[in-house]
Design a binder for this molecule. Sequence first.
Ligand code: ASP
Length: 339
Amino acid sequence: MARKKILIIHTGGTFVMESNEQGFLKPGDYAFDYIEKTIPSFFDAEIVQSKLINIDSSLFRPTHWVMIAEHINEHYDKYDGFVVIHGTDTMSYTASALSLMLKNLGKPIIMTGSQLPLINRRSDAFMNLIEAVEVAIDGGLNEVAVLFNHTVFRGNRTKKKDAWDFDAFYSPNYNSLIKFGIGMDKKTHRHLPKKPGVFEIDTRLNEHVVIIPFYPGIDFSNFSIMVRKQKVKGIVIEAYGSGNIPSDNPGLEELFKDAAANEVPIAVCSQSPIGKVNLGLYEVATKAAFYGLISAMDMTREATLVKLMVALGRYRSINKIKQFMTESIVGEKESEHVR
Ligand code: ASP
């Protein structure tokens, strides 16, 4: 069998950072050479690197997602798999975006990062990268995944859960795809099957989406103004528990009416990461169903936000947007048929 070719794409994050004069962490330039000197010797594969972006992932905007998607597209035919080094803070957003932008993916895209910079003597960076490359070579994945702390998750299912522990990510509603111990345990029944179509990218999106986290006493009037002034094209509500909302709040009903009048779709996800939204359970949720809000079911807030941006970029008709949001496109949610 021919030696596999893997492209490691740099985008920044703690992984490549070093301390500046004031002692603050900022992206450095040393990681590329360090990886060049070390990583290839561990694999019987051709490992190539490319420097695409070098920033803290908190500075990421949707344009950076597009840059990564275009870079992968440009190199897609030349490589068997891709590893993306990325900051942990917004890795789940980027993973969600890439999973939707890279259509009919037939190769692994493994995102990883670290809690400590590569030059730190206790760093998790080296092992995360080693395992990410191993998964890219031999994991059998055809999807965008996040590797952290010996575990591979479907990228659009992940959340950063810990700012301190090496076990920084989890996937609240979908179990891991691969687990490393002394070997690589592939949970193949959870892997996304390869789609039959030809690989292509679709990077259209509309950034004008807001997330409204609900809390007792929330005032909805400013959101209504934003909708009426057409400053907002889509809304993600972070509701309580199984999708419950303060349904006796007149401001909320006003917001729903304004959104309907302006064809602004509203998706409902939950503040409780584990479990799924069910708008047919409590009386307080029925208003959401009455106004045609979209249940995000078990999608993370990250995936819900990105998916709504993508839906708005691709479709004009509110029905098409609802259908796209309701279907599972790349395993980001449990499937449900639109009624
Ligand atoms: N602020 C860093 C980033 O997201 C955190 C990390 O990489 O762990 O780029």
